[in-house]
Design a protein around this ligand. Structure first.
Ligand code: HEC
Ligand code: HEC
Length: 309
């Protein structure tokens, strides 16, 4: 990696962000979990150069932030604290279009090869995790959101067909506002569209806005279904490429979990897909909320080889 290789593309970033965000690529050939491992395996044999990695990371920082913590809304995942094997596999999958990521793809393909992959991962490993990542709801939450817009029959836009355009326009004013009780939510809805309309569509309005989680249920599901791969405190598994989910942004994880469930994340592990088939939306939110609340411990990580100068 020559120093400053990425610099010329930096000025293009805002433009590309606007163009690429939200465009979802067509589902090309079906992807598989371990089909594009060649580059990843090659990178894992190499020693990573932290200084070169830091240089490469300049471009990554525009989205994943210089801290590597990602964004609060979960569009950009936290990379800090993720196992190097996972970072390398995921970037290699994105490069090979085995994991669709149209936002990042143009940047991922500028990585020149296995050595750059090892370098940038070695640098990311030096970043400390966010000590206070954005958590899940831990209890009831009423929220009108388009979080799963592109894939979900549960998204806010679906309501328009049911409640009509005028009501929908008024309701949009409540988008992303968080209510801790059903009563507070329904009161706000009533003010937005009137009590008669609110009563008429009450069941639908509750179903679409219910984003709560139940940590007791989450604990049970986590222990029964997730521990064997993601570890007893969400620490993942370096050797087997199982991601760290402890301390990762809740909203990012929810989206990934859902995409894995419906097959949109094409490099998903088939055993995980089987494991979570039949999870209800509440199961899903609860188990992810629970699993992301752990903290990593010393010894959970194993470092990739670093270049010694
Ligand atoms: C234009 C924004 C953007 C840039 C620049 C970018 N990424 Fe990403 N990256 C994303 C998005 C968005 C996702 C999550 C995609 C999804 O939701 O599936 C992601 C996901 C990832 C993941 C997977 C994380 C996980 O938990 O599975 C890794 C690893 C990653 N990026 C590394 C990098 C590296 C290294 C660079 C620099 C070479 C980089 N990214 C540059 C937007 C970006
Ligand atoms: C058989 C092993 C296995 C089981 C069981 C499993 N997972 Fe996974 N999970 C994986 C692997 C492997 C990945 C990464 C897939 C890939 O390579 O893209 C993953 C990815 C994820 C992700 C996305 C992480 C990211 O950074 O993008 C979430 C969230 C997740 N799993 C949550 C869970 C939860 C919650 C459970 C239990 C209900 C569970 N998984 C059960 C193996 C498993």
């Amino acid at each position: 990696m020559k120093k400053c290789f990425f610099r010329p593309v930096l000025f293009l970033l805002p433009f590309l962000l606007i163009v690429m965000l939200g465009i979802s690529s067509a589902h090309a050939a079906a992807g598989k979990w371990g089909t594009t491992m060649e580059e990843a395996l090659e990178a894992l044999k190499l020693k990573g150069d932290v200084d070169d990695g830091e240089d490469i990371y300049t471009v990554c920082a525009a989205c994943h932030l210089p801290t590597g913590w990602g964004d609060l809304a979960g569009t950009f995942p936290q990379l800090a604290g993720q196992h190097a094997t996972v970072l390398i596999k995921q970037i290699a999958d994105i490069r090979a279009k085995n994991r669709d990521n149209p936002t990042m793809y143009p940047f991922a393909i500028q990585i020149e090869g296995a050595q750059d992959l090892a370098d940038v991962s070695a640098y990311i490993q030096t970043l400390k995790m966010n000590p206070d990542p954005p958590r899940g709801p831990n209890g009831p939450l009423y929220l009108l959101t388009n979080l799963r817009k592109d894939t979900s029959k549960n998204s806010l836009d679906v309501l328009e067909g049911t409640i009509g355009t005028d009501n929908f326009k008024n309701l949009k004013k409540l988008e992303e506002k968080r209510f801790q009780t059903e009563e507070a939510y329904l009161k706000a809805v009533s003010q937005a569209i009137g009590p008669a309309e609110m009563n008429k569509y009450k069941a639908e309005l509750l179903k679409r806005a219910d984003w709560g989680s139940d940590l007791k249920l989450g604990k049970k599901l986590f222990e029964e279904n997730c521990v064997k791969c993601h570890g007893d405190h969400g620490q993942g598994n370096y050797k087997d490429y199982y991601p760290v989910i402890a301390g990762q942004t809740y909203l990012y994880l929810i989206r990934q979990f859902y995409w894995i469930e419906i097959g949109k994340r094409r490099n998903a592990n088939p055993d995980m897909v089987k494991q979570i088939a039949g999870f209800t939306p509440l199961d899903m939110r609860s188990v992810v909320d629970y699993g992301s609340r752990f903290e990593m411990k010393k010894g959970d990580w194993k470092k990739v080889k670093e270049e010694e100068d």
